[in-house]
Design a protein around this ligand. Structure first.
Ligand code: UDP
Length: 368
């Protein structure tokens, strides 16, 4: 019996680790699963965790308002140190590139406990885009003992950095497993939720924006571009699940509260968000996870970033980079909005995974 600790703190980490946790929990004779939530995003992580029917063993309540990156790091490290001193952990699993991932990997490393990194090898090679994530994932790769790379390109990136070949395993991205956890009925039940908000599944544009690089003047440009599109395409409904980050929330709310065809919603339960991706004519987003999920529905994405580590979506023709460039956002959006949805829906094999990643990860953990 091995004690496996899952360490996460944000919504995307929960979505991408839940399938792995559920897979390991199928084998209680092999694994004792310890779930540690740093609560780097308190509400978003807990909302999503309960959706998957999971409960954490530790909630570390690590966030404070207006905390600096150093402040968060110190708080998470201290809280994790206490857990590691109390528990007998055989291996720690972290996912992605957040501050929680860095702290989880470092705490394990300092305790000489193997670090298993899910979603290893994503790179933009610009340490400020995305910030601080690009730096964090490069640092974590130096100390990870096992690297679960979503794609061959991610594996190549790790090999170029002299990460040992025998530690890298291409398993696909677990985000596609999370999508497969949702039954058709669950997603379709979301229809009623949106009807109650006056949102039909026709002529929909889904917008999410939250990244640190887009705070400030970049967000102003993005808002201007959305305003232009909302005015011109008045028969479309622009749905924005507003991220709770105060740098984003206040600006979005004051820009759009009077627009009838711009619907501002609180962060959505995962199946509701999936429902929107399934029906949207177009997605405008700076999210990493959404870039990976959208190809499953063939939904075009205008990526509100200047760099992406998810180049597979671009190569597959599903996403296009527009950054926070007013003209480019409008140009790329209009290419899609001016056509019928039947013409713009793409039939592609999702380059990020096939929904079997968690099973592959379990088999490898068992073997290794
Ligand atoms: N998501 C969600 N509800 C929302 C917005 C996003 O469940 O209101 C999901 C989305 O489907 C994706 C993940 O959250 O799986 C992405 O999270 P986010 O954009 O916050 O972070 P990133 O992927 O950029 O790290």
């Amino acid at each position: 019996m091995k004690n496996i600790a899952f360490i996460f703190g944000t919504r995307p980490e929960v979505i991408k680790l839940a399938p792995v946790i559920l897979e390991l929990k199928k084998y209680p004779e092999k694994y004792k699963v310890l779930i540690i939530n740093t609560e780097q995003q308190k509400e978003l992580s807990n909302q999503t965790l309960s959706y998957f029917g999971l409960k954490s063993d530790y909630n570390l309540d690590a966030m404070r308002d207006n905390q600096t990156l150093c402040g968060v790091q110190i708080r998470i490290m201290k809280a994790l140190d206490e857990v590691f001193n109390k528990e007998n952990i055989d291996a720690a699993i972290v996912q992605g590139d957040t501050m929680t991932v860095l702290c989880g990997a470092l705490t394990s490393f300092y305790n000489k406990i193997p670090v298993l990194h899910v979603e290893a090898g994503l790179r933009s090679y610009n340490k400020f885009e995305p910030f601080p994530e690009e730096g964090i994932r490069q640092m974590v790769s130096r100390i990870a003992d096992i690297n679960f790379a979503p794609t061959e390109a991610n594996k190549e990136a790790l090999l170029k950095e002299n990460i040992r070949r025998d530690t890298i395993h291409v398993v696909g991205n677990t985000v596609i497993d999370a999508l497969s956890c949702l039954t058709k009925n669950v997603v379709e039940a979301s229809r009623n939720f949106f009807i109650s908000k006056g949102i039909s599944d026709k002529n929909l544009v889904l917008i999410t924006v939250h990244r640190r690089e887009n705070h400030g003047t970049r967000l102003d440009n993005i808002i201007k571009a959305i305003t232009y599109l909302a005015k011109k395409y008045s028969d479309f409904t622009f749905v924005i699940p507003v991220h709770p980050n105060p740098n984003v929330k206040s600006k979005i709310e004051s820009a759009f509260s009077t627009y009838k065809n711009v619907k501002l919603l609180p962060p959505l339960e995962y199946p509701n968000l999936v429902y929107l991706m399934k029906h949207a004519h177009l997605i405008l987003s700076d999210s990493g996870g959404i870039q990976e999920e959208a190809p499953a529905f063939g939904c075009p994405v205008v990526v509100l970033r200047y760099e992406t580590e998810r180049k597979e979506g671009i190569d597959a023709g599903v996403s296009v980079l527009a950054g926070a460039d007013y003209n480019k956002i409008i140009l790329e959006s209009e290419k899609i909005l001016s056509k019928d949805i039947k013409q713009t829906r793409l039939k592609v094999k999702n380059p990020y995974g096939d929904g079997l990643s968690a099973c592959r990860i379990e088999k490898l953990i068992d073997k290794l």
